[in-house]
Design a protein around this ligand. Structure first.
Ligand code: HPA
Ligand code: ZN
Length: 324
């Protein structure tokens, strides 16, 4: 591991808390909650983390999170992530959670939000590690379900900075959630969406023009659309790219194909993130390291990527002072 990368203070902007569920914790929570798993042991579960595409990952991801039932489970999950991130010198994190995946299993919104928030608050007190929380809608579910979720979040509104959109992208375009995003904006939420991971560049345009998002999660498909690239650069619209995720889900076949140098050269505010680190083989340092090795990036390139994340995050200018 390069010292430059391991010593660099970092900001993480694209992280699904349910995607930080390590096999060890799956088994510990299954035991605590009296759940029988379909895997004999941790290494058998780990061996199942081989994916062909986004959907094959999502199947394992939704199955794994069934061990999460109580407020304490969500605290333990989040705390384990924060301990790892603190070790990687992460100073600020903006975390997604998927309430619909828990509500449909009978887990109340309160258990999810309060467990996550308790861990975030402890990290702030112990290490000064700051955070924002983003509620993400599952795009394979209906507009009605998203609206219902937005309503259920109202008592927790003060804990939530923004809304996002994740899950199966193909066949679930941003337009499906235009009215939900309009309502979220009305309620003062900041807006982001996954777009251009497996879906086309047109989904990135629609996320910007129809949903009104200020940041695009993934967005790698923009490389196929020069006018869109120019716009992203001109408006400094951040992309939260996730290198190991793109590799594991076969968005790219080799790290050398990830268009990070092209984004940097074009002046796009591209950032590096871990997405679902328990499933994709590494947290923030591992993502930066794999990227540097795969693309022969200089330390100056790495620094520029880290500074883009500072620019793109939701801290106030005063709050950003602690990131240096
Ligand atoms: N893409 C879409 N949905 C997701 C992802 C992702 O990378 N991670 C968790 N849900
Ligand atoms: Zn994601």
């Amino acid at each position: 591991m390069s010292n430059f990368i391991s010593d660099l203070p970092k900001v993480e902007l694209h992280l699904h808390i349910e995607g930080t569920l390590e096999p060890e914790l799956v088994f510990a929570l299954a035991k605590r909650n009296g759940i029988t798993l379909n895997y004999l042991d941790e290494s058998a579960l780990q061996a199942a983390y081989q994916f062909d595409d986004l959907q094959s990952f999502l199947n394992v991801y939704y199955s794994g999170m069934q061990v999460l039932l109580t407020e304490q489970d969500f605290f333990d999950l989040t705390w384990a992530y924060l301990v790892r991130s603190h070790a990687d010198k992460v100073r600020h994190v903006e975390i997604f959670f998927d309430p619909q995946a828990h509500l449909e299993r009978g887990v109340p919104m309160a258990a999810v939000v309060e467990g996550i928030v308790r861990a975030l608050e402890q990290a702030r007190q112990q290490w000064g590690l700051t955070s924002r929380l983003i509620m993400s809608f599952l795009r394979h579910l209906s507009e009605d379900s998203a609206f219902e979720t937005l309503g259920l979040a109202e008592p927790f509104r003060h804990h939530l900075s923004g809304v996002g959109l994740d899950s199966a992208e193909k066949g679930n375009p941003p337009t499906k959630f235009a009215r939900v995003y309009a309502a979220a904006l009305e309620q003062g939420y900041r807006l982001v969406a996954h777009a251009g991971e497996e879906g086309p560049a047109s989904y990135i345009r629609d996320a910007l023009d129809i949903l009104g998002v200020e940041r695009i999660d993934h967005g790698v498909a923009a490389i196929t659309d020069p006018p869109l690239m120019a716009r992203l650069a001109q408006e400094r619209i951040p992309l939260t790219v996730c290198p190991l995720s793109n590799l594991k889900l076969k968005v790219i076949n080799h790290m050398s194909e990830l268009p990070i140098p092209q984004f940097l050269a074009a002046g796009v505010c591209v950032t590096i993130n871990s997405d679902d680190p328990a499933y994709f083989g590494g947290y923030m340092n591992a993502n930066y390291q794999a990227l540097q090795e795969g693309l022969n990036l200089s330390d100056e390139n790495i620094l520029e990527l880290a500074l883009n994340s500072v620019e793109a995050c939701w801290l106030s200018p005063e709050e950003k002072a602690h990131l240096a």
